[in-house]
Design a protein around this ligand. Structure first.
Ligand code: SF4
Ligand code: ZN
Length: 313
């Protein structure tokens, strides 16, 4: 027997929110996600009415849903401009489908689409980097994701900067954020959590201000939104995904959330509290220029150059 939506009180509910007990119909569920994103944007003052916003789109459900929502919300910011940016890491048999989907969806949404590859930027595809990594370390070194994440961040920033974007929006959801909190602790770098806010805190030259409008939406709710809105996205997972520590943390958090609904929000809020109390201490860190590439960094050499150096490329 179907139950009635808690919000509109007349349509049939299609989803029960485990952490609040709300039963929601298709329309009220999608509305609640869009409202949550709107509230996050407003609470963190993520966008101005005249921003040029570059949206990082990988072709996965999160980024395609984000592009869909921002295109909708953009209508309330008539001066703002949206551009989708895709980074082609060079992962054989995986990126090709994503590029087709992103291109097609951007055409339908009427959003300009720009792509940039690791090959163009770093002279090497991720598949090639992984091969070198395997030969050098015999599988005992960093995972492909560690390289991919850092290099993609650099690539997104470069293309957003070149394009003249004033904001760079990425599709990190609540699950990504809570995994990152635990990973920072597991990697012995808890202060990194303080630096990674839903909107990057300082307006440093050379860095496009990064925002995460989906950071308070659970991954499963982003997926349901994408499904209900018929948002096309790539479903094939990246062949390297399962090798990362992040994957183990994801499985652990999902198990705990199932037993204790709302736990991911608690982790997220705890990180917010820590960030608030430590922000003055952490912002004392001064930034210099990387001695190899000139990008801003807290160390002598930036993280990207450190990684590329280990590969000797
Ligand atoms: Fe890159 Fe890892 Fe994501 Fe694959 S799963 S795209 S290697 S970060
Ligand atoms: Zn309803």
């Amino acid at each position: 027997m179907s139950s009635t939506c808690t919000i509109c009180k007349h349509r049939d509910a299609i989803y029960t929110r485990p952490y609040s007990g709300e039963k929601l119909c298709n329309r009220c569920f999608c509305g609640s996600i869009e409202n949550k994103v709107r509230a996050t944007i407003s609470n963190f003052e993520m966008f101005r009415f005249d921003d040029v916003i570059a949206v990082g789109v990988s072709g996965g459900k999160d980024s395609m849903a984000l592009l869909h929502i921002l295109t909708k919300l953009e209508k309330s910011y008539p001066m703002a401009e949206l551009t989708a940016v895709t980074i082609d890491e060079g992962i054989h048999g995986y990126r090709d489908e994503a590029l087709r989907i992103t291109k097609e969806s951007c055409r339908k949404l009427g959003v300009e689409h720009v792509t940039l590859s690791f090959k163009q930027l770093f002279g090497c595809e991720l598949d090639e980097l992984t091969q070198i990594l395997l030969e050098k370390t015999n599988g005992a070194g960093l995972t492909p994701c560690a390289y991919c994440g850092v290099l993609r961040r650099r690539a997104l920033n470069s293309v957003a900067r070149e394009y003249g974007a004033t904001k760079l929006a990425t599709a990190h959801n609540l699950d990504d954020e809570t995994q990152t909190v635990l990973l920072n602790i597991l990697h012995g770098d808890p202060l990194r959590m303080v630096r990674s806010r839903p909107i990057s805190s300082s307006r440093r030259a050379g860095f496009v201000c990064r925002t995460k409008p989906l950071c308070e939406v659970l991954e499963r709710e982003v997926a349901l939104y994408a499904y209900l809105k018929n948002v096309e996205f790539q479903s094939v997972p990246c062949p390297y995904a399962s090798r990362a520590l992040r994957n183990d943390v994801r499985v652990m958090l999902n198990r705990m959330e199932e037993k204790h609904p709302g736990l991911k929000y608690t982790v997220y809020r705890s990180a917010e509290k820590l960030r608030e109390s430590l922000k003055d201490y952490v912002s004392l860190e001064s930034l210099g220029k990387c001695k190899h590439c000139g990008e801003l960094t807290v160390n002598e050499t930036c993280q990207e150059c450190e990684l590329l150096k280990t590969l000797d490329t």
